[in-house]
Write a protein that binds this ligand. Structure first.
Ligand code: NAD
Length: 440
């Protein structure tokens, strides 16, 4: 089967590469010619994603993975065409579907023979029907079906998630399209990964419901962390105790500086707007959105308080800028709220992230981008761990002491063992844990 992915971003590039690895002939299309040129001419992968580079070149060499800007040529030879373009929020928080419909119109003009058009982008209920309408308007005699196949991969673990999915959701409106989709996913279904076959509308909503629920879990444990700090409890043990209950489950109970990224913030906004449009407001999701927005700003207050009530003129080393570890994605990262708030309060920021420095420089200004943790720590009054890159968990009091001039450690990811720094004269403030004074 020939497969085309329209959009060579996180989802299109990862899932296209994985379909090639599963044995299909895949063409990834993007209208950003610089991206395609970089892939074809310089061999550059546009995103940081562990394991992706090797898998891309393996399949390019095998002749099963191609990159092009020529959508028409790719689509006209394809049995299945995936729409993997961005669906960013518009001014009201609804998913902006202009890229989806533009892609659908181009598909309509290019398709040649029966084609399954698959919406992999995260789109509100009803979009599948509108994609079909757009194609039909462009090409009234076209033979096609539209399928919704939402993607659940997590950046940083994208290949593992694609190849070992908890479920494959297939929203299909016609048996013929269902058979094509089952063939495409057969290598995974045969390994025992479950496929949930449902309607297009149900599949569309399943994606938003899942993300809204996960965001709620994070928002819940974050607020619980604040309460733990106030009452002297330890949120790590509270989360452990909660997670041991199978009805709750242990995942997504790690408190932090608020969720970010390309999905949770925009998907919670979009589902809340859909619910408003249908007069079925999702009050829980709406309050999770408010809670998370407040939290990112409140993290600055936490740092200021840990620094004795003022950061004016103080140098703060920020470790991690990406919205989470193992990615260079800065979309809606908590650091984007934290840095300006600290700067407003007079702090001088030195920052280091193992992968996101180039991306961060597009969004943040008036700070020093450092070349390593040590470089960021040099001369700092306080250090703040913002992103959970595993290497930050290994920081020791000895190392901090040899670089920093101050003695404040704020760990927004609960990664550093407090006793390793308090024994070297640092105060330690984690998330949802009692403040640990320096042992002098
Ligand atoms: P992205 O911004 O990384 O990539 C989208 C790509 O589409 C861009 O390279 C853009 O140039 C290209 N594009 C746009 N219009 C085009 C057109 N007409 N023809 C060819 N190329 C076009 O986006 P992403 O993070 O991959 O997300 C894509 C969709 O998948 C979104 O709806 C998102 O919500 C969803 N999703 C993302 C993730 C994730 O972890 N990033 C996970 C699951 C679902």
């Amino acid at each position: 089967m020939n497969v085309t992915m329209i959009g060579t971003g996180y989802v299109g590039l990862v899932s296209g590469t994985c379909f090639a690895e599963l044995g299909f002939n895949v063409t990834c299309v993007d209208n950003n010619s610089a991206k395609i040129e970089a892939l074809n001419d310089k061999g550059e992968i546009p995103i940081y994603e562990p394991g992706l580079e090797e898998l891309v070149w393996k399949n390019v060499k095998a002749g099963t993975l191609h990159f092009t800007t020529d959508l028409k040529a790719a689509v006209s030879q394809s049995d299945v065409v995936f729409i993997c373009v961005g669906t960013p929020p518009d001014a009201d928080g609804r998913a902006d579907l202009q890229y989806v419909f533009a892609a659908a119109a181009e598909i309509g003009q290019a398709m040649n023979g029966y084609t399954v058009v698959v919406d992999k982008s995260t789109v509100p209920v009803g979009t599948g029907a509108k994609v079909a309408e757009t194609i039909r308007n462009m090409n009234p005699t076209a033979e096609f079906d539209v399928v919704s196949n939402p993607e659940f991969l997590r950046e940083g673990n994208a290949i593992g998630d694609f190849m070992n999915p908890d479920r494959i959701v297939l929203g299909v409106s016609a048996e013929r399209a269902g058979e094509v989709m089952k063939t495409l996913y057969a290598p995974l279904i045969e390994k025992g990964f479950p496929a949930l076959i449902t309607t297009v509308e149900t599949a569309e909503l399943t994606k938003y419901a899942s993300n809204a629920f996960l965001a709620t879990k994070i928002g819940f444990i974050n607020e619980m962390a604040d309460l733990c700090e106030a009452v002297g409890a330890d949120v790590r043990m509270v989360a452990k105790g909660m997670g041991m209950d199978k009805r709750i489950g242990e995942g997504f109970l790690n408190p932090g500086p608020g969720y970010g990224g390309s999905c949770f913030p925009k998907d919670t906004l979009a589902i809340a707007q859909t619910a408003q449009d249908y007069q079925r407001p999702l009050q829980i999701v709406e309050s999770v959105i408010r809670s998370n927005n407040d939290r990112k700003v409140n993290m600055a207050r936490k740092v200021i308080s840990a620094c004795g009530g003022s950061v004016d003129g103080k140098t703060i080393a920020l470790l991690g800028l990406a919205f989470k570890a193992n990615t260079d994605d800065m979309r809606e990262a908590p650091s984007l709220a934290l840095v300006p708030e600290l700067q407003k309060a007079g702090a001088v920021i030195k920052a280091y992230d193992p992968a996101a420095m180039t991306e961060a420089a597009k969004h943040l200004s008036d700070l020093t981008f450092c070349t390593s943790e040590a470089d960021a720590l040099n001369g700092a009054d306080a250090v703040v761990v913002v992103t959970e890159w595993p290497q930050f968990g290994g920081l020791t009091g000895e190392m901090l002491r040899s670089h920093m001039r101050g003695d404040v450690v704020v760990d927004l990811r609960n990664m550093i063992k407090s006793e390793t720094v308090t024994t070297h004269g640092f105060t330690y403030q984690g998330i949802g844990t009692p403040k640990q004074e320096a042992i002098r």
